[in-house]
Write a protein that binds this ligand. Structure first.
Ligand SMILES: *Cc1c(COP(=O)(O)O)cnc(C)c1O
Length: 357
């Protein structure tokens, strides 16, 4: 049976990404050797790195003066690298979920952290709107898409201080005005590639302003200066990432992705709002994520959660169980998820309603 993959991460990738990457494991770029067994300094791999960096810049319209880095360590290492490199005395954070909370914890190791607002009071089901960003902060950090709670900041905020964003789970899902940020980062395993590579889009002039000594590998300057080739980069994941970037470009870029993503998300949210058996956890509609759609059994139907999960599994749905801190269900609608999978989930919800009347 065809499976519909709604996992939150690692998650669905385009078929062409899987196919080309699998092929390259046996014969990389006509070299007759495996992608996994060739020097990262070979001209064939250097070409992969350069094309991936350039495509990332092209697709997101990255202005002059920025570098694209492909590092190891996951978004979680960036939680520490950002304050290590950018924070003198003070930084500011918006707390919109578990990932923001983790980023804040790391920043506190390096100085004063002002949390300008938090939605923890309502289990992170909304994005705080009224807050003041302190002018004496070295940067302001946001998480644009809250993978676990299904909320998203869909516009590029104005900030009086340098803006830093964790875009792990919404990168390339919509156009971004990169000029408004000094640093955008994320684990690639949500919307771009297999686990193992972390993307960092950084304005080159933001580094070198703090006094503390920074270990070589944790210093952005090292990687900017060496074009992300200081040490062995995660070659396998970067190759797969390049295939996804080519796929996005072929489809028409991030504007088209956004249109498709809006259509997919609207389809599912409409059904959640219509269907008497379910309700969305993010009630403030403008805050609803296009990438991760969270819903639970409606009041009076709480006892049917297990039954729906079993029904959905029988119908080929994979990865729809909600995160343990929210419960219920979460359907992740990343770029590579076809609209047919959303239709299949909607049909499944409608049938479940009929069967349980
Ligand atoms: C998954 C995720 C992370 C953690 O990424 P790792 O690469 O596993 O460290 C951080 N932030 C957000 C928004 C995420 O979705």
């Amino acid at each position: 049976m065809k499976k519909h993959n709604f996992y939150a991460g690692p998650s669905i990738l385009p078929d062409v990404t899987l196919k080309n990457t699998a092929d390259a494991i046996f014969d990389f770029a006509g070299t007759g050797v495996s992608l996994l067994s060739i020097s990262h300094r070979s001209k064939e791999f250097v070409a992969v790195m350069e094309e991936a960096q350039q495509l990332m810049k092209d697709l997101l319209n990255v202005p002059e003066g920025y570098s694209v880095l492909f590092l190891g360590g996951g978004a979680s290492t960036q939680f520490a690298m950002i304050p290590y490199n950018l924070m003198g005395k003070k930084s500011a954070y918006l707390n919109t979920g578990a990932w923001s909370t983790k980023a804040i914890k790391e920043a506190k190791l390096f100085g004063e952290v002002e949390v300008v607002a938090s939605s923890e009071d309502k289990n992170f089901t909304y994005i705080p709107k009224d807050f003041t960003i302190p002018e004496d902060a070295d940067y302001f950090h946001i998480t644009t898409n809250n993978t676990i709670y299904g909320t998203e900041i869909k516009t590029d905020l104005d900030s009086p201080v340098p803006l830093v964003a964790d875009m792990s789970s919404d990168i390339l899902s919509r156009p971004v005005d990169v000029s408004k940020y000094v640093l955008i980062y994320g684990g690639a395993q949500k919307n771009l590639a297999p686990a193992g590579v972390t993307f960092v889009i950084i304005r080159d002039d933001i580094v070198g302003k703090v006094d503390r000594p920074i270990p070589t590998m944790l210093n952005y300057k090292t990687h900017i200066d060496k074009g992300s080739m200081f040490n062995t980069p995660p070659v396998f994941a970067i190759y797969a990432l390049l295939q996804t970037l080519r796929w996005v470009k072929e489809l028409g870029g991030v504007e088209i992705m956004q249109q498709i993503n809006q259509k997919k998300a609207a389809m599912l949210y409409d059904e959640i709002d219509r269907n008497s058996m379910f309700k969305g956890t993010v009630t403030n509609k403008e805050d609803r994520s296009l990438m991760n759609v969270c819903f639970v059994m409606n009041d009076g139907h709480e006892d049917k959660e297990k039954a729906f999960l079993e029904f959905a599994t029988q119908k080929g749905m994979v990865g729809v169980k909600g995160h343990r801190s929210v419960g219920g269900f979460r359907a992740s609608l990343y770029n590579a998820l076809p609209i047919e999978s959303v239709e299949a989930l909607v049909t499944c919800m409608q049938e479940f309603e009929k069967n349980n009347r």
